[in-house]
Write a protein that binds this ligand. Structure first.
Ligand code: SF4
Length: 386
């Protein structure tokens, strides 16, 4: 199978705002249930162990006209909650049996309340995460959150979710994590063979496909990308940071590439990469998931960082590991978590002489020329003076 065929399939999934693949999965067997979740991270293993399909919802992108969604929110916030409401009221999510709203910001918290009021028959949970990384404080708290999620899903599904089932799911998700790491490493090593748009679409497909199918797709992509020859361009290597929740339009990612940048790391689709290592698939699965969250998870602006001196360390490591020559801070307009942390991250980059630029976007931004010019000038300046 060629990369073109695989990416065509991913593009179809990306553009399908009716979530046909998930609908078909649900219709294939009576009693199946689909659990939607918002960015940034939920433990999909527990949903999978319940026999349900985790379905990542990241707003409506630039294809969805928001008609009703604007009425639910003030104008000076990001777009993802409004387009998600639009998906709901336009009945595109009418097959979803539960929705999880992970703790990332007040906007998502408020959206969870609205969902409860709008859809009283749907299982809705605001999924809180620890802000303290001490095992018997934050770890214990998070473990109870996981227990409540497990019990809630068990009640919804009408069957117990055993430790054995969660451990089996952890094993499958470990395989996915490992493949995702492999693909990111492959792109970092040979970015001309795995363009950022392709890797983005491939990761995005993981939000809507059963994990087993996504694993197969990633295997196929890696094999195809390895085998295909593609021209090497005179592009500079950049890390994109700040895009962990509302997603940029695909054209924005294309524009960055076309302006002469190889994206060698990013924080898109963090749910696939939130846990950095394999999770122990033996023993108490909830404890192991909590331990992984506390001590082996991505330290981005999407996660509370208790020590100021640690802010930016993760990004610095990413720059070093991926041999990046610069950082593009690209965050959604009005995104508190990304934009409040950006000055601190930018300072850290400056302290280490890492060139950086920043801009904001909305998921439906249409005018790419200024971004192309900005990113192109940035790439040229790196090539000339770094
Ligand atoms: S884009 Fe930023 S502000 Fe908006 S919901 Fe996501 S994290 Fe919150």
């Amino acid at each position: 199978m060629s990369t073109t065929t695989i990416i065509e399939r991913c593009t179809g999934l990306f553009e399908d705002l009716d979530f046909t693949a998930a609908r078909e999965w649900k219709a294939a067997e009576p009693g199946r249930k689909v659990i939607g979740f918002m960015p940034v991270y939920v433990p999909e293993e527990i949903i999978h162990a319940a026999g349900m399909l985790p379905l990542g919802i990241v707003g409506g992108g630039d294809q969805l006209e928001v008609i009703h969604g604007d009425a639910y929110y003030q104008s000076y916030i990001c777009r993802i909650p409004r387009s998600t409401i639009e998906l709901g009221v336009s009945k595109r999510l009418d097959f979803v049996d539960g929705m999880l709203f992970p703790s990332i910001c007040d906007v998502i918290r408020n959206l969870s309340g609205m969902w409860k009021m709008l859809y009283p028959k749907v299982y809705v949970r605001y999924f809180d995460v620890p802000q303290n990384y001490v095992d018997d404080v934050g770890g214990e708290y998070y473990r109870r959150e996981l227990e409540e999620l497990r019990d809630g899903l068990a009640k919804l599904g009408g069957r117990e979710i055993t430790d054995e089932a969660i451990n089996a799911s952890i094993t499958i998700y470990n395989e996915r994590r490992s493949l995702v790491r492999e693909i990111y490493a492959f792109r970092s090593e040979r970015p001309w063979k795995a363009p950022a748009t392709e890797v983005y679409l491939l990761m995005r497909a993981g939000l809507v496909l059963p994990v087993e199918e996504h694993i197969e797709m990633m295997h196929d992509y890696l094999a195809a990308a390895e085998a295909e020859d593609r021209p090497i361009r005179d592009s500079c290597r950049v890390v994109v940071s700040g895009s962990f929740c509302e997603q940029p339009p695909l054209n924005l990612i294309k524009s960055i590439e076309m302006s002469g940048c190889y994206v060698v790391d990013d924080d898109y689709m963090l749910v696939n990469r939130w846990l950095l290592d394999d999770v122990d698939p033996t023993g108490d699965p909830l404890k192991n998931l909590a331990d992984a969250f506390l001590h082996h998870s991505a330290d981005t602006a999407a996660k509370y960082c208790a020590k100021r001196e640690d802010v930016g360390r993760f990004l610095l490591d990413s720059v070093r590991k991926s041999k990046a020559e610069g950082v593009i801070f690209a965050a959604p307009s009005f995104c508190d978590p990304a934009l409040l942390e950006r000055p601190m991250l930018a300072d850290r980059m400056s302290e280490h002489d890492i060139p950086h630029i920043s801009f904001k976007y909305a998921e439906n931004s249409g005018q790419m020329q200024p971004i192309r010019e900005q990113a192109g000038t940035f790439a040229d300046s790196i090539k000339l003076w770094s």
